[in-house]
Design a protein around this ligand. Structure first.
Ligand SMILES: Nc1ncnc2c1ncn2[C@@H]1O[C@H](COP(=O)(O)OP(=O)(O)O)[C@@H](O)[C@H]1O
Ligand SMILES: [Mg+2]
Length: 461
């Protein structure tokens, strides 16, 4: 059994999924509130005792100095909450805007201990949280044992760190997942297992993934034979992360369900979004997902809540989903993967929802009441800026601001590299086609691409 794993809560979550709502085709059967407090008794876990928000100054310590930590800063400032971020580099994205940003490695025990400790008259951190999952779990367990709340806790985080652990646990919970199998680490046995899996796969293709360390499509490969991942088998033999194989899901589109959960049990979900990937990287998010039938929206939120509760996640949890069509044309959803932190699929909430995912994450890890997740506009589209030909992204601002005055620009202060996530643009409005075009064109300007001058202010005034 995993440390902190709670069979009582896990059974509850799986009962809900398996018993109450086997498939979307059965219709909207949700008796589970998708927002608001749950009415379930929430048992204590061995590693996350129920706590009340302490009185006095609040400080959230965050491991990781990328754009996700940076985007927590405005929310922390507004709420009067101190933010202390462990950054890898003094020039990192978060260090440019957070004044309390000690430099150290996320894998370094001393750096994390120093991050939460009182020093120079500043108080100890109220809670420790993360902007990425690559953190040492044994240390986190020790910190909890010595009284520092760690949210999400290591017993939950492991399911976002390791795709094999995640698939195992989701399968136990009865959450709909693609057919999958772990591949043995012995190279001959691994190749044989992959060949067997492929033999049983339609189209003779499958998706092989590294269990740890992958992001933005790195660590995901479509294969038609073991030779397609010969280098990965070699890496496993040399002590690299184990591999798993999944059926290649014939999805009609990718969705994401975002939920926040606080230690005392309250959960809230945002509207389910469509996420559009290019070359394995999120390029656009449309909120809400167009033409999403209410039963699928409810089903996706229900899955997100069941995962958050079943895995005892605290903070924001993103559940990446595939939408497929059943034989009768009815939509079905399958879980791709989990992220236990604010996520790219939730950047639209900064401008498009009453409460952003970044503020909600702070509220959730501090065990404060969660904010309203309703959309502020019929549509919000987020377009990522992936790489740029410009010398400085700000060079695009004069033209962008003149042509798209409604666009909400968010640049991360990162060095320009091909394909790198450098920022995003949110546009909200009533007309989806127009909102999407304007978000995409504004992001294209930041990439340094030529954008036709049809979108003048006059034309859209
Ligand atoms: N089983 C699958 N079937 C079809 N496409 C997949 C499958 N798994 C992943 N993909 C595609 O690859 C992308 C990246 O995979 P994912 O597991 O989410 O890795 P990452 O950790 O890099 O985000 C997904 O968003 C999806 O487009
Ligand atoms: Mg993904």
């Amino acid at each position: 059994m995993l440390p902190g794993y709670d069979p009582v809560r896990a059974d509850t979550a799986s009962d809900r999924l398996l018993g109450a709502c086997p498939t979307v085709a059965d219709g909207p059967v949700s008796s589970i509130p998708v927002t608001g407090p749950t009415d379930l008794p929430l048992p204590e876990t061995a590693h996350a005792p129920r706590t009340v928000t302490p009185r006095g100054p609040l400080t959230v310590a965050v491991v990781g100095g990328g754009q996700l930590a940076r985007m927590m800063a405005p929310a922390a400032g507004e709420l009067g909450v101190g933010l202390r971020v462990l950054v890898e580099d003094p020039a990192s994205s978060a260090a440019q805007v957070v004044t309390d940003a000690p430099v150290g490695a996320a894998s370094g025990e001393g750096a994390i201990r120093d991050l939460i400790a009182p020093s120079d008259g500043r108080p100890a951190a109220t809670v420790l949280t993360f902007e990425h999952e690559h953190v040492p779990n044994a240390l986190l367990t020790d910190l909890i044992a010595h009284g520092t709340p760690v949210r999400p806790g290591p017993h939950a985080l492991v399911q976002a760190q390791d795709k094999i652990a995640m698939r195992r646990r989701l399968t136990e919970l009865g959450v709909p997942c693609p057919r999958w199998a772990p591949l043995p680490t012995d190279p001959a046995a691994g190749r044989a297992a992959l060949a067997d899996f492929l033999a049983a796969s339609t189209g003779g293709e499958a998706v092989v993934k590294t269990s740890r360390g992958g992001y933005d499509g790195k660590g995901v490969r479509v294969v038609s034979g073991p030779d397609d991942v010969a280098d990965w088998f070699d890496a496993v033999a040399a002590g690299g992360p184990a591999l798993l194989v999944e059926e290649k899901v014939p999805f009609t589109r990718e969705l994401a369900a975002l939920v926040a959960r606080r230690p005392s049990g309250e959960v809230r979900t945002w509207p389910v979004v469509e996420s559009i990937q290019r070359d394995g990287v999120c390029a656009e998010v449309i909120a809400p997902a167009p033409d999403l039938d209410p039963a699928t929206d409810a089903r996706a939120r229900e899955i997100a809540v069941a995962v958050a509760e079943g895995l005892d996640v605290t903070g924001v949890l993103a559940v990446e989903l595939f939408e497929t069509r059943g034989a009768d044309g009815s939509p079905q959803v399958w879980v791709n993967e989990l992220a236990m932190r604010p996520h790219n699929s939730g950047h639209w909430t900064i401008d498009g929802a009453v409460t952003s995912q970044f503020e909600q994450h702070l509220r959730a890890v501090l065990d404060l009441p969660l904010g309203d997740t309703a959309a502020r506009a019929p549509w919000t589209v987020m377009a990522n800026v992936l790489g740029s030909h410009l010398e400085a992204l700000t060079d695009a601002l004069p033209e962008l601001m003149a042509r798209f005055p409604e666009a909400r620009v968010n640049l991360y202060g990162k060095g320009i590299r091909p394909g790198r996530k450098l920022g995003h643009v949110n546009v909200s409005g009533d007309d989806l086609a127009e909102v999407r075009r304007r978000a995409v064109e504004a992001a294209a300007l930041l990439r340094g691409d030529e954008v036709s001058t049809s979108s003048t202010i006059e034309e859209h005034a």
